[in-house]
Design a protein around this ligand. Structure first.
Ligand code: MG
Ligand code: ZN
Ligand code: ZN
Length: 489
């Protein structure tokens, strides 16, 4: 029996950081070589296209799960970094942590009394039910108070001034701190002192903000494309990871060979540059990495951010089927309840008809006329027949008669729009409910939607190039609702 109502309720969410151990445990392969494919065009093991990370070519099988292109979701890999590198996404937090903790003993620069006061305050907030409001990784107030203190209350060491040279260079009284030194400092902060800083001990350690292992996304996230010429073109992320791998390799070799400190440091900085631009290629203070053509690479942050990014373009905004968009123009001869639909749009937009005893003969006859029935004026044709098993069959002039023969009860036939159909008409920005109203279709020549001038005010439309959207309703309920609730009057 299915239980009704809410069975689980989210009480809180904890944000964690990935530890290098966790990165290594969760990955399917260690990536060590910048090469991608061998001479025969197969992915090289431990390379960026390693088939343990998933497959993008039909026919090949994933070496981790055995699945083919459509079954395998892809698996992560990782690169072991020769030297630690600052994660650009966390520089703000790292700076605060360095300022708020002792350079020598690593303790939070607050007295016992101050800590007790914080604990009390926190309790009251939680009692008031406001505990869930704390979402910051590092709580500003605690950190601010702590960083004001010059002398450590625990070991009496005098503190020096921490500054940040954007994007990722930390300095202490002007002296440069290497990522390794930064990491060692963060390691010294005891778990007990993390709570007051707003970090959940057990699921996050501050030193994890300095990377020693870099996650490599599955190949499905960065598929290579084969050009018409037969050449392979790699994704921007892959290009960037190639750079990381090359420098990482050179850095390791030079360090192991005991090369001069200066050379090692230069390579280390280069590795920092490549990982930083791998995360965000618009980091201020450093030049963006570019293609040979001069186009800047699109890396992780660029995929997510902005209007064309994953959030606004792919997750909040989605394309809808059975809809059309074009320029609008006036037509005083239409009723205000009508909308003029261009013939070509009407042929593309469809309404489903369920085949039953009462209409089967009629529908068969209709389908046999194909997508563009002959006769005077516009006549709605049929674009698709959907069988009971869900298979879609496109109706063409050639197959119309044979498809019509196969129609049975339970099939769905998608017929084109015709005069009198109820559709929704919308002009953005949709500021009030009258921005979306129900209209009756009038199929017309030319390529614009036509509307009576008296409906311009609710849509706030004029004809200097305004475009509007039209949605063909797909169910009897939707049509009834639109007709009763959404008419212009
Ligand atoms: Mg306008
Ligand atoms: Zn797989
Ligand atoms: Zn101290």
């Amino acid at each position: 029996m299915m239980e009704r109502g809410i069975s689980k309720r989210i009480k809180s969410i904890k944000f964690a950081l990935l530890s290098p151990d966790e990165v290594r445990r969760m990955t399917a392969s260690t990536i060590i070589t910048a090469d991608t494919y061998d001479d025969d065009g197969f992915p090289i093991d431990m390379g960026l296209m390693d088939s343990h990370l998933g497959v993008i070519e039909p026919g090949l099988r994933c070496k981790t799960c055995g699945g083919r292109v459509d079954d395998c979701p892809g698996h992560f890999g990782h690169i072991d970094l020769a030297m630690p590198v600052i994660h650009v996404g966390y520089v703000k937090e790292i700076k605060i942590l360095l300022q708020a903790t002792c350079k020598s003993c690593g303790r939070l620069l607050l007295t016992k009394k101050q800590l007790d006061d914080y604990a009390k305050e926190r309790e009251t907030i939680e009692d008031m039910g406001g505990g869930h409001l704390e979402v910051r990784l590092v709580t500003k107030e605690t950190a601010k108070d702590a960083s004001k203190r010059q002398i450590c209350p625990h070991c009496a060491t005098e503190q020096s001034k921490i500054t940040l040279d954007k994007p990722t260079t930390f300095r202490e009284d002007g002296h440069k701190l290497t990522p390794k030194e930064v990491r060692e400092r963060l390691e010294r902060i005891p778990d007990e002192d993390l709570g007051p800083l707003g970090i959940a001990p057990g699921v996050a350690r501050p030193e994890w903000m300095v990377l020693t292992a870099l996650l490599v996304p599955p190949v499905t996230v960065r598929p290579s494309i084969t050009l018409e010429s037969g050449d392979r073109s790699e994704d921007d992320l892959t290009h960037k990871l190639v750079d990381v791998l090359r420098i990482n390799q050179r850095l390791r070799e030079n360090r192991d060979a005991g090369a001069p400190q200066l050379i090692v440091e230069d390579l280390w900085e280069l590795l920092q540059y490549h990982t930083t631009t791998y995360f965000d290629n618009q980091t201020s203070g450093i030049p963006p990495a570019r293609h040979r053509s001069g186009r800047p690479l699109k890396t992780l942050v660029q995929r997510l951010k902005g209007k064309e990014g994953r959030f606004r373009s792919n997750l909040s905004g989605k394309r809808v089927n059975f809809s059309a968009r074009t320029v609008i123009s006036p037509d005083p001869l239409l009723s205000m309840n009508e909308v003029g639909v261009p013939l070509e749009a009407a042929r593309e937009l469809t309404v489903p008809i369920r085949v039953q005893d009462y209409n089967i003969d009629f529908v068969k006859e209709w389908v046999s006329k194909g997508p563009i029935p002959e006769g005077d004026g516009y006549q709605a044709g049929v674009n698709y027949v959907i069988r009971s098993d869900g298979r879609r069959i496109r109706v063409t002039d050639k197959n119309a008669e044979t498809v019509a023969e196969t129609i049975e009860n339970g099939y769905i036939v998608e017929r084109q729009l015709m005069d009198g159909d109820i559709v929704l008409f919308n002009r953005q920005p949709s500021l009030h409910r009258m921005s979306m109203m129900a209209h009756e279709v009038r199929v017309m020549p030319h390529k614009t939607f036509r509307l009576n001038l008296s409906v311009c005010p609710p849509y706030n439309a004029d004809f200097d190039g305004d475009e509007m959207n039209l949605h063909a309703l797909q169910s009897e309920e939707a049509r009834a609702e639109a007709k009763i609730l959404m008419k212009v009057q």
